[in-house]
Design a protein around this ligand. Sequence first.
Ligand SMILES: *Cc1c(COP(=O)(O)O)cnc(C)c1O
Length: 368
Amino acid sequence: MSHDAAARARDQVREEIQALAPYAVHPAAGLIKLDAMENPYGWPTELTQPWLEAIARAELNRYPDPRARALEPVLRAALGIPDAAAMLLGNGSDELIQIIIMALARPGAVVLAPEPTFVMYRLIARWLGVAFVGVPLRGDDFGLDRPAMLAAIAQHRPAAVFLAHPNNPTGNLFDREDVVAVLDAAPGVVVIDEAYAPFASDSLLDQAGAVANLLVMRTLSKAGLAGLRLGVLAGPSAWIEQFDKVRLPYNIGSLTQITAEVALRHPELWQHQADSIRAERGRLEAGLAALAGIRVYPSDANFLLFRAPPGRAPTLYQGLQAAGILIKLLDGAHPALQDCLRVTVGRPEENARFLEALARGLESAGGK
Ligand SMILES: *Cc1c(COP(=O)(O)O)cnc(C)c1O
């Protein structure tokens, strides 16, 4: 019987889907988790009682408000979304990426992004049968290669360009002039993915709604609510109205709407956590820079990309895991990331243990 199912699946499932590996999430039980850009600080204790009272009133027998009317103004105020911009909420920004590409997926459509970058742009385009063009970032500093981007835009006329700003996994912001040049040249939408905005020194959100092809995407995930799954897209209503038609009607559950509303009535509490993480990022960066053989890259996010001595990244990664610490191995993920690893900024004591274990790994005879 199961043989029969396998044969039928093989016959029916699109070949490009069969060729994919499942999205792998490394098990983290018992490990210090510094692999996924989560905020290490929990729900603020001041908000526990108001939150419990709010969810106790939830009418879970009813469908959620499909328009999240109570949440939208709170979200707009907390994030500073301009009045001129319309908003679309997603079950995480991953869902918003899917919605955008789904709406644009006519035959011949192209999605374009610099690479290495957030893998979901390429992956979701593939799910939806849309061509993806990756344009290499500059090799030395992971900046946008403006001439290469403009040439690729002229050649492929992409329906959407995705720019993660700051970029994941490299951590850097792009030069504002390069971003503006992409906006000016792109015939379709340019999605500025500001997942790391709480830790960054630049944002285009104040332009949302004012530039015809600019969409700015935010998420609560990296700010401390990864478990909630809530992303926001802000931009001209002409685009948002179209994207809204391919949003599943009840994509944001009642508990998410209620929880986000309680959380975002106190943006200062989350800002305080982000400020602590930013300060800790500076200490972690200095600690990494002090290790012989390590090159650490500047970051405007809540993680740091660093390069190990040639050939050492996999063993360093394994050694860290043996010491109870999970980070992300990027060596092998993209040619520009050879020997690279990415560590999320954790609590001070977690970062200290990471630095100690990494230093031990570098000294150990295991590598040459
Ligand atoms: C983590 C990340 C996201 C994912 O956001 P969710 O809202 O959790 O789906 C989006 N974009 C970038 C660049 C990220 O690094």
